[in-house]
Design a protein around this ligand. Structure first.
Ligand SMILES: Cc1ncc(COP(=O)(O)O)c(C=O)c1O
Length: 453
């Protein structure tokens, strides 16, 4: 199985055309008249009409991925919640799609909750996370009547108990446990290991102490456990191992407290293909390992099978999205490198500088031509590290070409910034030959709307 950061051969022209890049492109991608089309829309025409830089999201891919999770988790057990992790990509349009696909929504801040409220998302299907939810965020959750809060530390538990008691309500909670499993992924996004800012460690006895305290505190109802072992995970055995530890913990909870864990949430993290050689596990394989794994472990320990939850983010939206840019200038340094400068950069895609992420790129207006050279796609910001794709095989670029960076649907728009007072690109959804703005491009007025001088 290929690893998430599949070792890449030294950059070289690879002669691939867009047709060879389908594994990283949205499901509806096709090449017509030499152009890349997504969702029945010509991306070159779209870039001309809507402008660049531009995030393009394929609605069919998003809906298919959500439906796959519903299908392949509930195939093994009737009670599984598919909780889309909004941190990966969130607009009001996206919230509506999640609602229509019968999924739940994971929020990680008051702002994300505000999106769910504004979209009229059913509050009982909202789950709240975070290692330092502020008192006002906790109050917002209680006032909104959300389904579950995942409690991350003792201070938060006490705070939540007090706030709920004040309001005369009882809030269902999950306890976030760090199972001590090192996921096979990039260190920066590994969160299930013991040395983590998230959750209660299993091995130091903190998780058991947290459960016992949750059972006794007023205003909160201990419903179950939560784990999240990392992101961009290719090796599913990390989940199997963590599930083993979690179900054994459920057994110990029963022995020590007499309580049954009614909900087990295994978090998100399934990896996606960013590069053509990447071979992530499928949703079907994930569903089997996770859901069957929990069932089997429960049977082994003679425990009732709990309701389950999975929290995918990246694997729902990453390959649904591309970013379109215009080539502004080309700098060739003989014998060293060719830089292709685009009208975006680290403000709309920080993942390359942050995680050394790698993307496939192509010229959307030369989609049927082979990638005959190698260029570094550089942003327009005042940082040498402002690179979107380093050493990208590419078709021969010319000023005005439309660069398409693939698989940018997750953690690009949501991590974007206004560095250099750059306005953020808009987001368009494409579907059945039509496109519509989900988030309009920012304006200079937007930049200054909260600046009081
Ligand atoms: C608690 C939690 N759940 C779910 C996710 C979604 O993970 P991914 O986008 O890798 O599926 C994250 C992401 O970091 C997370 O922190």
């Amino acid at each position: 199985m290929a690893r998430p950061t599949t070792p890449r051969p030294p950059a070289a022209p690879d002669q691939l055309t867009a047709a060879d890049l389908m594994p990283v492109l949205p499901l509806t991608a096709e090449v017509k008249d030499g152009h890349l089309w997504i969702g029945g829309v010509d991306t070159v025409e779209l870039a001309r009409e809507a402008g660049t830089a531009l995030y393009v999201m394929d609605e069919a891919t998003i809906r298919t991925q959500l439906a796959e999770y519903v299908k392949w988790t509930r195939y093994h057990w009737k009670d599984v919640d598919v909780v889309y992790a909004g941190k990966a990509f969130l607009t009001l349009g996206m919230v509506n799609i999640v609602a229509e696909e019968d999924c739940c929504l994971l929020c990680a801040s008051g702002g994300e909750l505000a999106y769910a409220l504004r979209a009229g998302f059913p509050m009982e299907r909202v789950q709240m996370h975070g290692n330092n939810k502020t008192p006002s965020e906790l109050a917002e959750c209680l006032d909104a009547g959300i389904g579950r809060i995942v409690v991350d530390n003792f201070e938060e538990m006490e705070r939540l108990s007090a706030l709920a008691t004040e309001r005369g309500v009882t809030q269902r909670i999950l306890i976030r446990v760090t199972p001590g499993v090192e996921a096979d992924t990039h260190d920066f996004i590994m969160t299930g290991a013991e040395d983590s800012k998230f959750g209660f460690g299993l091995n130091q006895g903190l998780a058991m102490e947290a459960v016992k305290r949750a059972i006794t505190l007023p205003g909160i109802e201990f419903e179950g456990l939560h784990m999240h072992i990392g992101s961009q995970i290719f090796a599913l055995h990390s989940y199997a191992k963590a599930i083993e530890f979690m179900v054994d913990f459920m057994r110990r909870i029963r022995v020590e407290t007499g309580h049954d864990v009614r909900m087990l949430d295994v978090g998100g993290g399934l990896g996606v293909a960013y590069g053509v050689p990447d071979e992530p596990s499928t949703v079907k394989e994930f569903g089997k390992i996770v859901v069957d794994g929990i069932k089997e472990e429960c049977e082994r320990h003679d425990l009732p099978v709990p309701r389950m939850a999975v929290e995918p983010g990246r694997s729902i939206v990453a390959n649904a999205g591309v970013t379109l840019y215009a080539v502004g200038s080309i700098k060739e340094i003989p014998g060293i490198r060719t830089y292709v400068a685009i009208d975006g950069g680290m403000s709309d895609n920080i993942r390359t500088s942050l995680y050394d992420a790698h993307y496939e790129a192509l010229l959307a207006n030369k989609a049927d031509q082979p990638r005959e050279m190698v260029a570094t796609i550089a942003g327009k910001h005042c940082e040498s590290g402002d690179i979107v794709v380093r050493d990208a095989p590419l078709q021969h670029p010319e000023v005005g070409d439309v660069v398409c960076v693939c698989a940018t649907g997750a953690y690009c728009m949501s991590m974007s910034s206004n560095y250099n007072k750059q306005v953020r690109p808009g987001v368009v959804f494409v579907r059945d030959g039509e496109w519509r703005w989900s988030l309009r491009r920012e304006t200079y007025d937007d930049l200054m709307k909260s600046d009081l001088g």
